[in-house]
Design a protein around this ligand. Structure first.
Ligand SMILES: C[S@@+](CC[C@H](N)C(=O)[O-])C[C@H]1O[C@@H](n2cnc3c(N)ncnc32)[C@H](O)[C@@H]1O
Length: 278
């Protein structure tokens, strides 16, 4: 586990990063938790056992012994919380994961009984995905598709859009993101996120559910994106998420990393559950 005695970075948090965090996390207790852990890289990781829904909360490993590694997908507990708290909206188990590689969420959904079609545009990421599937002995329909360029002919009732973003929410594992908060890049991300949401809505059936996820807490990539979509599409309803690990904000929910304090915190994700009502 991380050694809190060694925390000495409090004064060094980059102003931009702090400003963005302060906008989203208004609770002093959560902010203090994040500030005091921001540069402490977690030494242990969460493992996902594909046969047990709740295994993630209870199994942490210091070192990945080969025996454990073979049957597991190592990922942050925040990822698991996103799927755990939203998968019940997907009544139709046939689901498309539009930005799927390297496969964390697709594999979690598969372990919950979903028939996942997984697409991604990056060959490098897809190669990692294939290695993960091979290790876990899972077969999934994975395809190299640029979602923004290729027309998808099928329509779906269940869509996961884990969109590309600044990855600000992964600051504990990737501290460099805290100094790379470049406004022009964030604006570009938002453009892509909006485009992807528009295209996702085109292939979503009426009464179907679309879950939008980003591992960021920047307002432009989260609240603002969904706000723009909701203003434009009056036939979209946002749903309430039942999770004591998340904080409700306008247009969606943020993971509260403090709720995972006893297991070393978590990445921060933003999640919004949208239904096409007509
Ligand atoms: C946040 S990562 C996805 C993580 C993955 N869902 C998981 O849980 O392991 C975003 C992914 O979007 C993919 N991506 C970006 N633009 C895309 C596009 N136009 N079409 C399809 N995939 C895209 C990237 O290659 C990247 O793998």
């Amino acid at each position: 586990m991380r050694n809190k005695d060694k925390i000495k970075y409090k004064g060094l948090i980059y102003p931009n990063f702090k400003k963005i965090l302060d906008k989203i996390f208004t609770s002093d207790s959560i902010r203090n938790y994040i500030y005091t852990t921001v540069f402490i890289k977690p030494k242990n990781y969460q493992i996902s056992l594909i046969d047990k829904k709740d295994a993630l909360y209870h199994k942490r490993v210091f070192m990945l012994k080969e025996k454990i590694f073979k049957g597991c997908f190592v990922q942050d507990v925040g990822n698991f919380e996103v799927i755990k708290s939203t998968s019940s909206f997907f009544i139709d188990k046939k689901l498309i994961d539009l930005c799927a590689a390297p496969g964390g969420k697709s594999i979690l959904l598969h372990s919950l009984g979903f028939d996942v079609t997984a697409i991604d545009k990056s060959q490098k990421q897809l190669d990692k995905f294939k290695m993960n599937l091979k290790r876990l002995n899972i077969k999934l329909d994975i395809q190299k598709i640029d979602f923004l360029k290729r027309k998808i002919n099928d329509k779906y009732n269940s869509i996961l859009l884990d969109a590309p973003c600044s990855a600000l929410g992964t600051f504990r594992r990737n501290p460099d993101v805290t100094i790379k908060v470049d406004p022009s890049k964030i604006i570009k991300h938002q453009k892509i996120q909006l485009e992807m949401l528009e295209k996702s809505l085109e292939i979503l059936n009426n009464k179907g559910f679309l879950v939008y996820v980003v591992c960021s807490f920047h307002p432009f990539e989260t609240i603002d994106v969904i706000d723009k979509i909701m203003r434009k599409h009056k036939n979209i309803k946002m749903h309430k998420i039942e999770s004591n690990k998340m904080i409700k904000k306008q247009c969606g929910y943020f993971i509260n990393p403090q709720t995972f304090e006893e297991i070393g915190g978590s990445d921060i994700f933003f999640v919004s559950v949208l239904e096409k009502i007509s």
